[in-house]
Ligand binder design. Structure first.
Ligand code: ADP
Ligand code: MG
Length: 249
């Protein structure tokens, strides 16, 4: 077993709540309503993972499985510029973008298949100077939610999701990488989708995801990140700011 690595979120309280940062060899689930900041956190981690250890990174590349077409290279550029403010040196956008490998998933089956491709790419990059150290699935559940509707198909959906998460956990273990997935929850009950105020995947995702983080909006650019049911850390809350140069205290 390899030593667990820690990926900095760039936020002091958030890192402290996580015992230093996002763990490698584990699945971290970000769940929350639309606009709560899940995709923003994912973008920031895709930048931070590329930094050297001294700057909270893992000197690695990232693979993003993008299911909602919400990946924005422009946003990465802003966050890379934001690093200059912190470290007082220039960073090259293109270098950062080069190490972010994005694949669009068109449906849930495609999404599952893309994990195999991700593993192949991680294998190719394994012995380079930028091995894959972060796998992101944003959103983990959107396609599943849309495709599996009604009671009859729920067991089927859970089984598929479970298998998918198992594949992702394997990526994390094999490459000593972080795995970050997002899961949208809705504020209002919606009869069409069952109980959408709870994250889909329910207890199945709950059992597989090692760290569950509930994001919610606060005043202005502030967001509250709540750690729920961690296996080895106390539950807690951290306040972060989502700003143009990136996540901040
Ligand atoms: P989710 O993925 O949870 O639905 P997002 O991560 O997309 O939500 O969060 C969107 C929010 O992030 C926006 O409402 C805005 O508050 C903030 N945001 C997005 N882009 C920027 C930016 N360039 N500068 C500052 N804040 C931003
Ligand atoms: Mg999003």
């Amino acid at each position: 077993r390899k030593l667990v690595g820690k990926l900095s979120t760039g936020c002091t309280e958030f890192n402290e709540m996580m015992g230093g940062g996002i763990d490698t060899q584990a699945i971290t689930e970000l769940y929350g309503e639309f606009g709560s900041g899940k995709t923003q956190v994912a973008h920031q981690l895709a930048v931070n993972v590329q930094l050297p250890k001294e700057q909270g990174g893992l000197s690695g590349s990232v693979i993003i499985i993008d299911t909602e077409n919400t990946f924005r290279p422009e946003r990465i550029k802003q966050m890379v510029d934001g690093l200059s403010e912190i470290y007082g040196q220039e960073y090259d956008h293109e270098e950062f973008l080069k190490h972010i490998h994005v694949a669009r998933a068109y449906n849930s089956n495609h999404q599952i298949l893309l994990v195999d491709s991700a593993m192949e790419l991680a294998n190719e990059l394994k012995d380079t100077d930028m091995p894959v150290k972060l796998f992101i699935v944003d959103s983990l559940t959107a396609h599943f939610r849309a495709e599996y509707i009604g009671r009859g198909t729920l067991a089927d959906r859970q089984q598929k999701l479970n298998k998918h998460l198992h594949g992702l956990q394997k990526c994390g273990d094999l490459y000593n990488a972080c795995v970050v997935v997002t899961n949208q929850v809705m504020s209002k009950p919606d009869a069409f989708f069952g109980d959408p105020t709870k994250p889909i995947g329910g207890h199945i995702v709950g059992h597989t995801a090692t760290f569950r983080l509930y994001l919610r909006k606060s005043k202005g650019d502030k967001r509250i990140v709540k750690l729920v049911d961690s296996p080895n850390l106390p539950d807690g809350e951290a306040i972060i700011s989502v700003t143009t140069p990136g996540l901040r205290d």
